[in-house]
Design a protein around this ligand. Sequence first.
Ligand SMILES: NC(=O)c1ccc[n+]([C@@H]2O[C@H](COP(=O)([O-])OP(=O)(O)OC[C@H]3O[C@@H](n4cnc5c(N)ncnc54)[C@H](OP(=O)(O)O)[C@@H]3O)[C@@H](O)[C@H]2O)c1
Length: 505
Amino acid sequence: MIPNPLRDPRDRRLPRVPEPCALVVFGITGDLARKKLLPAVYDLANRGLLPTNFALLGFARRDWGDQDFAELARDAARNAARTPWREEVWERLAGSVRFVQGSFDDDNAFDELAAALGDLESSHGIGGNAAFYLSIPPAMFPVVLKQMERTGMAESTPDRWRRVVVEKPFGTDLASSRELNELVDSVFSAEDVFRIDHYLGKETVQNLMALRFANELFEPVWNGHHVDSVQITMAEDVGIGGRAGFYEKTGAARDVLQNHLLQLLALTAMEEPVEFSADEIRTEKLKVLRAVSLPEDMRRFAVRGQYEQGWLAGQRAKGYRQEEGVDGESLTETYAAVRLGVETRRWAGVPFYLRTGKRLPRRVTEIALVFKRAPHLPFADTDTEELGNNQLVVRVQPDEGVTLKFGSKVPGSVMEVRDVSMDFLYGEQFTETSPEAYERLLLDVLLGDATLFPRNAEVEASWAVIDPLEEFWAGTTPEPYRAGEWGPRAADDMLAAEGRRWRRP
Ligand SMILES: NC(=O)c1ccc[n+]([C@@H]2O[C@H](COP(=O)([O-])OP(=O)(O)OC[C@H]3O[C@@H](n4cnc5c(N)ncnc54)[C@H](OP(=O)(O)O)[C@@H]3O)[C@@H](O)[C@H]2O)c1
């Protein structure tokens, strides 16, 4: 019998609306809540994707009443909403907003929060369901988790679900991430834990799976027989802003390589999942992360750098050590690049070059598959001088889309061949704009769909890649690069040593 898609609960074409529930945001007055979470809640409400019985509860130290909080939340949502502003949508939402003031070590405040949740069951019919978002400094995770355990807030029962959302960083190394995972798993059951890597919420990252597994064209060449190397780049033109305290302790490898870049690598290199479900996709990603190998010669194939004063978009940019709050002799890296391997039959011998950095010339995130050269060219050498390797580039941001680079004949009477590009741009092909990553991920949390959230074993496997790198770099001085340049020279040398070069996106 052919299943009726309208009756199939797994049919993802139908807009899915969560069951009645509350979203509790710890750290509601913070930067992330204001810039991303509150606008995302508004956008979901505006798209009709929140249940009618919904409540938003904020928790923080600042002494605000419900009214002050509602005003702040409105401004935050209005300033950064993706969808058009509709006062009536906000008014409806504002009627279900509550603020609980207190410190995380204050038992009374948590008792008050538990009571507020109980009240919302009768006043807003949330059915006891709640998701707790830890938008707080990581050092505070343990105390908040303990409070939730003490008050019984974390307990899912057959009649209600309770979920927790953990923001990165998930620890600072393998040992601390294990400790954190054990703590989270002792309070919540594994299927109720949602670890946010917001890159996975990006439409273009999900499109990577569509590109690979919905087409016949690409998968046959998606392997070491045809692919020469893979480059995964996340470049930022900004510096560290006001986040010196956090960044000084973290650096580029822990901040970006450990999570975003390794997740992109996993999605690029993984095998086809048996089905498009959280368990199957995460299992395939984990296999890749476990198969990642570090270079034997780290001196040549792992480079870290730190930006010095330079110029960006016509403006003078400070060096990292001159940024407010940064130690004048800081050894923290603002750039990291490494050559990794994936020890599987599909990828044996193919280098995966990963790089990330701040104060680079442009903000761009992309995955580029660089193909091998054609084994034979029946043209004169001079006619193919401008012919490079074929490349397939998935542009994660900005200019979301895919580019295919290949050789083509230059018009004229001689057989001259040169690289050309074929572009697919999201903005041109689709009229609807993509949801923000946080919008998509928040909705998934409320729906209980964990497909786009890394499992604890993935996080630990990623730290197992980063720890030896950090050990190797400990106490060394990062290579300098000028703000506005594409990283230190050593990173160029790393590829040049193998006859390759970085793409200039
Ligand atoms: N900001 C981003 O773009 C971003 C991006 C990725 C990940 N993250 C992660 O998201 C989390 C939140 O980041 P953020 O930038 O929003 O931090 P933030 O601006 O420092 O905000 C921290 C929040 O926690 C509250 N808080 C801190 N200590 C508290 C305590 N003892 N008791 C009660 N409330 C307390 C603060 O409330 P009061 O100020 O009212 O006390 C504030 O609302 C962090 O884990 C961060 O690593 C942030």
